[in-house]
Design a protein around this ligand. Structure first.
Ligand SMILES: Cc1ncc(COP(=O)(O)O)c(C=O)c1O
Length: 389
């Protein structure tokens, strides 16, 4: 429940949980406005600038008058560029007609669920999970079914547990690799086994490319025709505010998705689509720079948090998050995160956001500089022991 019970609100809206990390971040912002020096480790927002080529392309496109609706599926040139990028990264030939350009990855997730889920249908979600997944399932009238994964084995998805959680009402499986909040990357054989279950797989690949220690990622697209790839430019190219993403859908779903897009969003933003082409064309060196920087930050934060006694049995190898077990300090992650931001002026994400299984954990984002991470660790060294009291 979102805590805003009002008879005028729909029951579905009432079930949407608030994103607690945002609330801690907002408290941090309020403290900063009061003059405190607050370090933000709470949010999943890259601190890098967008590739200058993408910025320039957006400005040029605006100047050229690219200020109109486009084809609801997106500019043909962008869809071709996305298909070529998909083929290069996933090793699977991709038909541009199966690409739908969206206003970020979030609408891509929502629309994939909308075309699959009837009221009461179930969607399997490995947990800890990105909080928007169950919220979007609920927004579609569906029922999220959580399947636990565990830190001890690197949050590897147990395919037998997925199978056991499946019922005649199960319509799809959510897969995120690398994942938010764990930074876990699923091994190839796990992805292949998930695809072999014969259910549509919604594969959120927004963190692909942000990989460490030589890690590689496998998309179910190569194993199952019933894969919906959900992807975008927010993380890989640090383009969160551009709001640009896409769906690569099975042929049988393309027309329904196009109709949904026409009714709900009409099209993605015209000039932003040109920025997307520029990011795909020129973004590789920027991505490599960010990836190397994130890896150094991960090493620093991981070592520091472990030294402070937080439980992180397996090093995350993707995205830019560490989910750390703090249950020896307290059970209530929101209370812990609130005390940390109030007393140490470090904003972190309460684990509860990411599922019951992550309660008592804290999520640290390292989308901030090494200097800030070092300062945050010093403050945490003073603040964490006090949490026990
Ligand atoms: C796993 C995951 N999927 C999707 C999104 C949303 O991305 P977008 O900005 O493209 O809507 C996020 C944002 O944090 C995310 O962590």
């Amino acid at each position: 429940m979102n805590g805003t019970t009002d008879p005028r609100l729909s029951l579905r809206t009432e079930q949407i949980a608030p994103f607690l990390a945002m609330e801690v971040m907002e408290r941090g912002m309020a403290l900063a406005r009061e003059g405190h020096d607050v370090i933000q480790l709470g949010v999943g927002e890259p601190d890098f600038d967008a590739p200058p080529e993408a910025v320039r392309a957006a400005m040029d496109a605006l100047a050229r008058g690219e200020t109109h609706y486009t084809d609801s599926r997106g500019l043909r040139s962008l869809r071709e560029a996305i298909a070529a990028d998909s083929q290069a990264r996933r090793g699977v030939a991709t038909d541009p007609d199966r690409v739908l350009v969206t206003l970020g990855t979030s609408p891509a997730i929502l629309m994939a669920l909308q075309v699959l889920v009837n009221p009461g249908d179930e969607v399997l979600i490995p947990t800890p999970h990105y909080p928007c997944y169950p919220n979007m399932v609920v927004a579609c009238g569906g029922v999220p079914r959580f399947v636990p994964t565990f830190a001890a084995d690197g949050y590897r998805i147990d395919v037998a547990a997925l199978e056991a959680a499946r019922t005649p009402r199960t319509k799809a499986i959510m897969l995120a690799s690398p994942a938010n909040p764990t930074g876990a990357v699923q091994p190839r054989e796990t992805v292949e086994a998930i695809a072999a279950l014969g259910l549509p797989v919604l594969s959120d690949e927004i963190y692909d490319g942000l990989l460490f220690d030589g890690q590689t990622v496998t998309s179910p697209l190569g194993f199952s025709e019933d894969t919906f790839v959900l992807d975008g430019f927010s993380k890989r190219y640090a383009m969160t505010g551009f709001r640009l993403g896409y769906l690569i859908a099975p042929a049988w779903a393309s027309r329904a998705l196009q109709s949904l897009q026409q009714s709900q969003f009409i099209s993605a933003t015209h000039f932003v689509q040109s920025a997307g082409i520029a990011a795909l064309t020129h973004g590789a060196p920027h991505l490599e720079h960010m990836r190397g920087t994130y890896q150094r930050r991960r090493d620093l934060l991981l070592a520091g948090l472990r030294e402070l006694g937080l439980g992180i049995p397996t090093a995350p190898t993707g995205a830019f998050y560490i989910l750390a077990d703090a249950r020896h300090l307290g059970q209530d992650s929101l209370a812990m995160a609130t005390r940390i931001v109030e007393q140490a002026h470090v904003a972190v994400g309460p684990g509860r956001d990411f599922g019951v299984i992550a309660e008592g954990h804290l999520r640290f984002s390292y989308a901030t500089s090494e200097a800030q991470i070092e300062r945050a660790l010093e403050r945490l060294a003073r603040a964490l022991p006090a949490l026990r009291s």
